[in-house]
Design a protein around this ligand. Sequence first.
Ligand SMILES: Cc1ncc(COP(=O)(O)O)c(C=O)c1O
Length: 404
Amino acid sequence: MDGKKDHRDWGLSTQAVHAGEESPNPYSSITTPIVQTSAYTFPDTSHLETFMARRREESLPPYQEYGRYGNPTARALERKLAALEGGEDAVLLASGMAAVTMTLLTLLRPGDHLIVTQDAYRKTRAFCTTFLRRWQVDVSVLPAGDYEGMEAAITPRTRFIYSETPTNPFLRVLDLERVAEIARRHGLTTIIDSTFATPYNLRPRDFGIDVVIHSVTKYLAGHNDVLAGVVIGPREVVDPIREARGTFGSIVDPGAAYLILRGLKTLTLRVRQQNHTALALARFLEQHPRIRRVWYPGLPSHPDHMVATRLMRGFGGVVSFEIEGTGAETRRFVDALRIPRLAPSLGGVESLVTIPSLMSYYDAPAEERERIGISDRLVRFAVGVEDTEDILADVDRALACLKS
Ligand SMILES: Cc1ncc(COP(=O)(O)O)c(C=O)c1O
């Protein structure tokens, strides 16, 4: 039997430590071993034949035979991730983008229609509006929070509503109950990229969402040292994606799976600290005279504060803000910071800071930047697990550098 325990009654921290892993493990190891193999052997041809005849049965683990179809270390991680998000099953992929693209490529057919929100990871939006359109999938891009527009955009060919929550970089929080209700009425499947939330802060499936995607690279792995993605949901969604993974080959190495299993054990501790620091940072920035505007769902000034308060346990570790001043001054502020590293990504133990106009939107046409609201004064600060006081002091000092 693949997966020994029913962990559904445990709290999230207990699940993060124990769910999905064998007990006892092979060799009575406390930790899940890294099964470093490319293929699996059979004792003789009759075992091979029995395996081939039964390999699609649910009671068999979805690996054996060959490493592209799965791996026991990665499988333990899939079970843990499914438990953490309250999903039936999970499929692990080589990156967050692999999870996004494989999900949509597997589930959509030419002629289908997809609704996606505008404030989303740029590569996701670009995949929908270029690749998918090239494959004759009709795509409507709508502002986050426009529920009437979402419903009005639905056609008889609409199959999915896709969004992120909170979104990147303006941290819009969708009213997931409302989205799920619209989808249910029209027989649609809902997909939420919940990378910025983490299951500690928000579990989309608790509010009726069907499928959850994560860039595991971020909070789940949590240490800025590994890339992966996951799709969590009902077997009828996860199984075809797993099948497609066996063809596309977008798998996670067992060593990387082990690092993620290890990183997940401290998920709730890390995210609690990140929530705490980000809220303190957002409040500090909002009252600072050199700050023009702050986006953080934990602030009453954020457009989705009420929704976030209703849906989220904490508001996450990312704060976006605009400097009162020029793009050059914004760069001076970022260069003066000592703790956060200037890098893309978020969610790890090290704080990271980016200027989106210089990174993910560097080659975006001015019209696109304007439409999304990406100015050259916009900063995205992803807090790590450093001391809150040190981060605030660092930001305060870097802002003081702007006075001269
Ligand atoms: C919300 C969101 N989804 C997906 C991705 C892509 O994840 P990965 O970098 O693991 O491919 C990112 C990356 O920043 C992201 O922010």
